[in-house]
Design a protein around this ligand. Sequence first.
Ligand code: FAD
Ligand code: MLT
Ligand code: ZN
Length: 483
Amino acid sequence: LKRDPKYAQVTEEHINFFWRLLGSESALIDGVTKDATDDIEPFNADWMRKYRGHTKLVLKPSSTEEVSKVLKYCNDNMLAVVPQGGNTGLVGGSVPVFDEVVINMSRMNQIRSFDDVSGTLVADAGCILEVTDNFLKEKNYIFPLDLGAKGSCHIGGNVATNAGGLRLLRYGSLHGNVLGIEAVLPDGTIVDDLSTLRKNNTGYDLKQLFVGGEGTIGIITGVSILCPRRSNAVNVAFLGLESFEKVQEAFKEAKGQLSEILSAFELMDSYSQDVVYQVTKNNRPLESEHPFYCLIETSGSNSDHDNEKLEKFLEHVMDKNIVSDGVVAQDATQVKSLWGWREGIPESLGYWGGVYKYDVSIPISELYGLVEETREKIAGAGLIGGSDEHPVVSVVGYGHMGDSNLHLNVAMRRYDKRVEALLEPFVYEWISKRNGSISAEHGLGLAKKKYIGYSRSDTMIRLMKQLKDLYDPNGIMNPYKYI
Ligand code: FAD
Ligand code: MLT
Ligand code: ZN
């Protein structure tokens, strides 16, 4: 990749404009003039420390009008920009590739309104997911999305990536839950589509382009989102199983027996749990070890009723030899600690040095085959093992079984070109042959830029490019990424 010379470099004149507009507190610079105002390295590095940009300017607008003025100025002056939320994205989309200006949304963090009859929340894009969910908790509502990065990610970032997370099985995708969007186009136009209506069939549903758009056509400044009632009773079971066939049977049974109260069905292989154990040294939930584990969550309105259903389900699947061992959380602390074995995987995987991540959709019967084949391939090349000479620590599979969404991850002592050559395009070809998706919920960003053709036809890519050119004719929005 080469820096495109059509983009301007940040000058003192630009800085003066932004300082006048936002104040020096909200326009952080390093390297443009002699006096740096701040350390801007954290805005240049992604969560995995895999991608590093070289921005010299970070802007933190605090209103939609400021975003509009910033973008218009950047567009008029050919300054490329990267919208940034909590910077927890996993495909290198939230950091600059070269010296693009970072537009960080953390100052736009106000709840605008909440209607406790319909459950409609309207909030700034920079609200942190967990903070927003805590606000809703007080009203007995829940944000329809939950994920491990909740303490840092923004709801605008969630919408921009169309994040899936741990409860999509129950509450569905953001494409359904987002009722309205306010966004700013590169020329400063404010897209005023912050509808709070559940139904609104008046022409094209343009807001959907921003859901999962990864900051390539505009900046989301506000979202209106439908929030469900919070369940009074939340139960969690943690199961050990002997094969992936049994995992599928357990999933079928869970859907049948737990039906309307099932809120999560997560898969973890033994390798992923070994990694969490090695890093956290926490007591394992089950006495014996198994090739596969599942975490099942139920959310309902009656604790006794739900508990009885879950216990009965567990009895049934154990009697039928579908599940070898299982435990049901007895209190909220145990619920949290069982979830820790699932939510702790991404962080634990990064413990040694690096991780290659593949977030994919595959027809469910073949889901785990990819992990097995990848592990064999890497073992066959002698690249995996317990000592320092082996670059690979472990090949693990986990994910959102309920959505046929697998996370194949390769934990590394250090990034290694030989391993990369084994993984790509192998993984993408494997998925394409089965009509899967090379990006289930994380997006394409920079990581999968070259590979979109494995999941989208030439016609679809051409249509995407036409839309991109329409909304962002100068190409200033998040350049060098997938489109
Ligand atoms: P960023 O990382 O800052 O940005 C992500 C992308 O969105 C970038 O392309 C950026 O340019 C764009 N963007 C950000 N804000 C805006 C905006 N306001 N307007 C326009 N574009 C914008 N993802 C899942 O789907 N499911 C999971 O279960 C899940 N779990 C995770 C667990 C961990 C520990 C981590 C680190 C990540 C996880 N993710 C998961 C990845 C996920 O994409 C993000 O956590 C989240 O959705 C990104 O939000 P963010 O605010 O951090 O966005
Ligand atoms: C998860 O499900 O834990 C997230 O998508 C993060 C990851 O893939 O590691
Ligand atoms: Zn995930």
